[in-house]
Write a protein that binds this ligand. Structure first.
Ligand SMILES: [Fe+2]
Length: 277
């Protein structure tokens, strides 16, 4: 991968973001939310890559995927005023389409172009598909970890802000009622990810976010999770309840175990990622 292509795509991305800047305060907050999210996902990605000892080419590729992963969010918000895919559009597929429409990847080698486009298009699927090539799978896992780590930051900021300054689309319009759904609590306790379709309240949504821990791939991601104290911070926003505390304990112990088995994520790295270059 050529460094100048990476530099050029960064310039393109930030200019593209500026096309959506608005005088409308709420609109602007939602655009900035996604622009800042992107910058943080890039930082998380670089951190994962460094600590997982990837080479320079791999780091650049991972960084470009991180930069572009949510490029569809801006057009999604402009057209539908929401970040909820189920009532608007699949923002990942829209993102891949935008990359084509603007010919953003034209300067990259064909195999790089294909990897970036696929990773952008698939970054939001419920789980990594088993049948995709190993090299795409590997980069998909990096961006999905980096994305989750920053979504936790975004929501913790959101929950801790007074309503009038919140980026309105971040909460997905869920009712802030005191209860959690039994189904959602059950999934968390069974070490399974919660699907957005079963989320009924803001509390369910917080539990769904905790359940994403089961989908983290890299030891560095668990390290960052504990470094940022995100489990405790998320739990602090939830009601105190025995069943809930038990479910949270399951996820906490899962994450602690993953951290203790450090080193195993090196197995994820495919050999010959760049074969055929
Ligand atoms: Fe996304």
């Amino acid at each position: 991968m050529e460094q100048e292509n990476v530099t050029a795509v960064k310039s393109w991305f930030f200019e593209y973001c500026r096309l959506f800047y608005s005088q409308d305060e709420d609109f602007q907050r939602n655009i900035i939310l996604k622009e800042n999210h992107t910058v943080n996902v890039c930082d998380n990605t670089k951190r994962i890559c460094r600590e997982e000892a990837l080479d320079d080419d791999q780091v650049m590729l991972a960084e470009v995927i991180a930069l572009l992963h949510d490029v569809g969010r801006f057009e999604q918000y402009r057209q539908y005023r929401t970040f909820k895919d189920s009532i608007s559009v699949n923002h990942a597929e829209l993102g891949a389409q935008i990359l084509e429409d603007y010919e953003v990847l034209a300067a990259f080698y064909p195999h790089e172009r294909a990897m970036i486009a696929h990773a952008v298009e698939l970054h939001n699927v419920y789980s990594v598909p088993a049948k995709i090539p190993e090299d795409i799978k590997f980069f998909l896992k990096i961006v999905r970890d980096a994305d989750k780590l920053d979504i936790w930051r975004v929501f913790l900021e959101y929950f801790n802000q007074p309503e009038d300054v919140r980026a309105s689309a971040a909460g997905l319009g869920l009712p802030d009622r005191p209860e959690c759904s039994t189904e959602v609590l059950g999934r968390l306790a069974q070490q399974k990810m919660v699907r957005l379709s079963s989320v009924k309240t803001l509390n369910d949504f917080k539990l769904m976010q905790l359940s994403w821990i089961y989908d983290l791939n890299f030891t560095t991601s668990f390290r960052l999770l504990f470094e940022r104290d995100d489990i405790n911070k998320l739990v602090a926003t939830l009601p105190q309840d025995k069943e809930l505390a038990d479910a949270v304990q399951v996820v906490r112990e899962f994450a602690e175990r993953k951290l203790l088995t450090a080193g195993s994520s090196f197995d994820l790295q495919p050999s010959g990622v760049f074969a055929g270059q």
